[in-house]
Design a protein around this ligand. Structure first.
Ligand SMILES: *Cc1c(COP(=O)(O)O)cnc(C)c1O
Length: 215
């Protein structure tokens, strides 16, 4: 994946449903960032795998599950409520750690995808979190998923839309905050389009590990 270095993007190896031995194979080739979409599975893998792995939670997360991963997770890509950020702050504080959070924005036309949906919702959300005094959760960017379709033009325009949202949020709320810099977008089928649209983190599973039994 030489494109990644060209674009200066990070690779999140999405290891959900895959055994620890598959993770170790990539680990031995130098990969250190792995992504999971279930709290329990992430916690169990973190317990048995090398401590220098950086664990990212990429799936929808219920507030009550935050404590399951608070002592091991580095970044949560799928935050879409202030309530969840509060809980991350609380649990990270208990563990005396800082957890990074990306705010999920809905760019897909599908019903099923999570995330903030409208400009108004995004504005309200970021205005509200500016007033919080949090020391254990750090909002470092945005995340989005394109529609599951073969229409490359549509996918590309959704990624460009996320980049535009990011640019506006950066300008309005984080102009001098260097920590706010991530745009997590792109999966196995569409990561090239995502990189071309300014992705800084691609989340790739099946291309690295082979097909999963369930999605
Ligand atoms: C599973 C998953 C991925 C990786 O999907 P692949 O198509 O296997 O690359 C990326 N992001 C999220 C949020 C996922 O749940």
């Amino acid at each position: 994946m030489t494109e990644l270095t060209e674009h200066n993007a990070k690779l999140i190896a999405v290891s959900k449903t895959k055994p620890a031995s598959d993770i170790m194979e990539l680990y031995q080739q130098g990969q250190r960032i792995f992504g999971e979409n279930r709290a329990q599975e992430l916690a169990e893998k973190a317990r048995i795998l090398p401590a220098d792995i950086e664990w990212h939670m990429i799936g929808h997360l219920q507030s009550k599950k935050v404590k399951t991963i608070a002592d091991v997770v580095q970044m949560i890509h799928s935050v879409d409520s202030v309530r969840l950020l509060h809980e991350i702050e609380k649990q990270a504080h208990k563990c005396d750690r800082t957890i990074q959070a990306l705010i999920q924005i809905k760019i897909a036309r599908e019903e099923s995808k999570f995330g903030l949906q409208t400009k108004e919702e995004i504005k309200t959300f970021f205005a509200q979190i500016q007033t919080m005094e949090w020391n254990h959760v750090e909002v470092t960017g945005v995340m989005g998923m394109a529609t599951f379709t073969n229409d490359l033009t549509q996918i590309s325009s959704e990624f460009k839309q996320l980049k535009t949202y990011y640019d506006h949020i950066k300008e309005d709320y984080y102009p001098t905050d260097d920590r706010f810099k991530e745009i997590s977008m792109g999966m196995s089928a569409d990561y090239q389009l995502a990189l071309a649209s300014g992705s800084t983190m691609v989340r790739i599973g099946s291309l690295l590990f082979g097909a999963r039994d369930y999605a």
